[in-house]
Design a protein around this ligand. Structure first.
Ligand code: AMP
Length: 401
């Protein structure tokens, strides 16, 4: 298989599937540009070796068709600055205009296509749509790890329109796979998994699998309350997935048989709602009043979790400990983040993934102090479930057309 380093891009138009699915604020300013920065080495390599780059991505979930708030045009100024090239923009990813702009592209130039998801055919994996995209270029690079668990037109179906010498992974996907494999195939113990975020429903499969590998699993965030409720604790108005109580119980039973230690928060920061300036208090989790919600782990939990983390040699973290979007509920995540940093300094291998967790880690300034920060959430978890990602398979193990 060709790699980006063994390919010749001179005078070639290279279509790069990137993951520019970044968060924008109300003024359409990028709040966290990690995903863009992580894609730069691949784009720069193509440009430096005499090619031109046609970039395509999704942004958010524009379920009702094209909408200004999901337009990739908002990224053009920042991307131009980062690349030090004036990035051109095509108002539609397919059609006459993008084809015309792509055909005129000169070596060293960059064209960004409008949001792929403005066409429902992207998520449907439509062949004609994939072919129209493929027709824009000579070579194809997939560097969008964040969506590699989806078999969409631009990251999976499209590969059949390029021969083996003209399709490859970018540096980011290569790095992501290398780090995930390091964690899965070479476990150093104690191995601690930290899971948080809103719900257990998205993470059940990976949790079941991790019960075969981890020594400790720490639960924080909203998902901890489903486990606490399943153990008979009254958790007030906290987020609980009533229809997952049985799953939570069964995970706790399995953990016992497999000798995996599960850790749940003992206390929480509670409030009546997620609002700025709202009154908060700290209570034991058995004493959350009916009208109050646990919105962050409390200091006792944070301390207990930190002790486990600091004595670990391998750490996987997905999901925040609280509603970090609001600074009132970020302290638990900060304490846990500091513990991961300290464990890393002491030689542990730490991998953090998931959009909200990475945003929190960036906000806290800890990203460069852990071993690896992944741009994937769902993709990373799917890998840890032991599955092959469709977009990875499409290039490394292509099905003949
Ligand atoms: P996930 O995408 O599953 O990792 O969930 C991330 C989301 O979980 C973030 O938006 C957090 O605000 C939310 N979250 C974390 N802790 C809680 C909590 N205690 N109650 C409700 N939502 C939470």
């Amino acid at each position: 298989m060709k790699t980006i380093d063994t390919s010749d891009f001179s005078n070639k138009k290279v279509l790069i599937r990137v993951d520019f699915n970044v968060r924008l604020d109300e003024q359409f300013q990028i709040t966290d540009d990690t995903r863009i920065r992580m894609a730069l080495p691949t784009i720069q390599k193509v440009l430096a070796s005499g090619g031109s780059a046609i970039l395509m991505s999704h942004l958010g979930r524009p379920d009702n068709g094209p909408a200004d708030e999901f337009s990739l045009k908002h990224l053009v100024p920042h991307l131009s600055k980062l690349l030090d090239v004036e990035v051109k923009f095509a108002k539609d990813c397919v059609g006459k205009e993008s084809a015309g702009m792509a055909s005129k592209l000169q070596p060293g130039e960059v064209l960004l296509l409008e949001n792929l998801r403005f066409h429902v055919r992207e998520n449907m994996g439509d062949e004609d749509f994939a072919k129209s995209l493929a027709n824009l270029a000579d070579s194809y690079i997939n560097d969008a790890f964040g969506v590699a668990h989806r078999g969409h037109a631009s990251n999976t179906v499209i590969t059949k329109y390029f021969n083996d010498d003209n399709k490859m992974f970018g540096y980011l996907i290569a790095k992501e796979l290398e780090n995930a494999e390091k964690m899965m195939n070479n476990i150093t113990r104690p191995f601690t998994v930290i899971v948080g975020g809103a719900k257990i429903s998205d993470k059940i499969l990976v949790l079941e699998r991790l019960l075969d590998q981890a020594d400790h699993i720490i639960f924080g965030g909203g998902m901890a309350f489903t486990f606490l409720r399943a153990s008979g604790v009254d958790t007030g108005n906290s987020l609980v997935e009533e229809d997952r109580l049985d799953v939570a119980k069964s995970l706790m039973e399995t953990a016992k048989t497999k000798n995996v230690q599960l850790h749940f928060p003992q206390d929480s920061v509670i409030a009546a709602a997620v609002e700025d300036n709202i009154e908060t208090s700290i209570v034991d989790n058995t004493e959350i009043p009916p009208d109050m919600m646990g919105l962050d782990i409390g200091p006792v939990a944070a301390q207990n979790f930190s002790d486990i983390i600091k004595s670990s040699k391998q750490i996987l973290w997905n999901g925040t400990m609280g509603v970090c979007e609001n600074d009132l509920f970020i302290n638990g995540t900060k304490t846990i983040g500091d513990a991961v940093v300290e464990a890393t300094k002491n030689g542990a291998y730490s991998l953090i993934g998931g959009g909200d967790t990475v945003a929190a880690i960036n906000k806290l300034g800890l990203a460069d102090k852990v071993s690896y920060v992944s741009t994937g959430g769902g993709a990373l978890l799917t890998l840890f479930e032991g599955k092959v990602l469709p977009a990875i398979k499409a290039i490394s193990d292509p099905v003949p057309a």
